[in-house]
Design a protein. Structure first.
Length: 255
């Protein structure tokens, strides 16, 4: 399997091929099904989770990866849930939220829900490795950076992927299934600019359904939209991975 085609190639072939390779962002079961060797979200032969799957874990207590030695802090997340009557409402304490395409590269993703931090993680460009696996390091999240895929805030569906756990410990997307509709996702860029998104859909998904869902891998959507993907900790854990996915859909908010 090779890397995804660029936007310039035929739409039907490009979209089908992107979905085929992008499912590497789903979970270990998809990697096995695609013929790849290795595990992504959870490693084999690790002990069982030492945290109940229903437990909230503050992002500040989730250990960073060696590549990201500064752990996120819940205090750095200042976004609040927007008013239900307005999709453009944002916290007055937010940074430089821009209307157009931001400069630089995405460096952090933050989500708050009900006044508490759900996700606060560093972001790094993540491409398919030599085994065609999309695998950000534990302790950080990845933005899908293959050619043809937009960064958050640019036209099309940008994809953020993160681990739900690392062996027996929660990882950066552990709380993702707890988001509510209307919660705000903020992506900060290296330029200091921010883009914000409102969550419009959040639900479990089957491993078979995720690769076939064009609402997820919609790289040529005319609007700037965001998808966040992890595993579903409420599903069975077997052979070193969870059996289901969790997917969040979001649309960009006006600055």
């Amino acid at each position: 399997m090779t890397t995804p085609p660029t936007r310039g190639e035929k739409r039907r072939e490009g979209k089908r091929y992107r979905r085929t390779t992008a499912i590497m962002a789903a979970c270990a079961a998809l990697l096995v099904g695609a013929g790849a060797v290795g595990i992504w979200w959870a490693q084999r032969d690790e002990p069982a989770m030492n945290v109940d799957v229903d437990a909230y874990v503050p992002p500040s207590e989730i250990m960073p990866s060696p590549q990201n030695p500064s752990p996120p802090t819940s205090e750095s997340t200042t976004k609040t849930k927007p008013a239900e009557t307005s999709t453009s409402t944002k916290s007055a304490t937010q940074g430089n939220v821009v209307q157009g395409a931001p400069d630089g590269n995405p460096t952090r993703v933050q989500v708050t829900s009900g006044g508490r931090s759900i996700v606060d993680a560093s972001l790094q460009a993540t491409k398919l490795d030599s085994e065609n696996v999309l695998a950000p390091p534990f302790g950080t999240a990845g933005w899908y950076a293959e050619p043809g895929w937009p960064k958050p805030g640019f036209q099309g569906a940008s994809i953020l992927v993160g681990h739900i756990n690392h062996g027996s410990n929660p990882d950066v997307f552990w709380n993702l299934p707890r988001v509510d509709l209307g919660d705000v996702v903020t992506v900060t860029y290296s330029s200091g600019e921010q883009v914000t998104f409102e969550i419009t859909r959040s639900e479990p998904a089957t491993k078979d359904g995720v690769p076939r869902d064009d609402s997820i891998w919609d790289y040529d959507n005319p609007e700037p939209v965001l998808r966040l993907i992890t595993c579903d900790p409420q599903t069975s854990f077997s052979n070193g991975h969870y059996d289901g996915n969790w997917v969040v859909w979001a649309k960009r908010l006006s600055a």
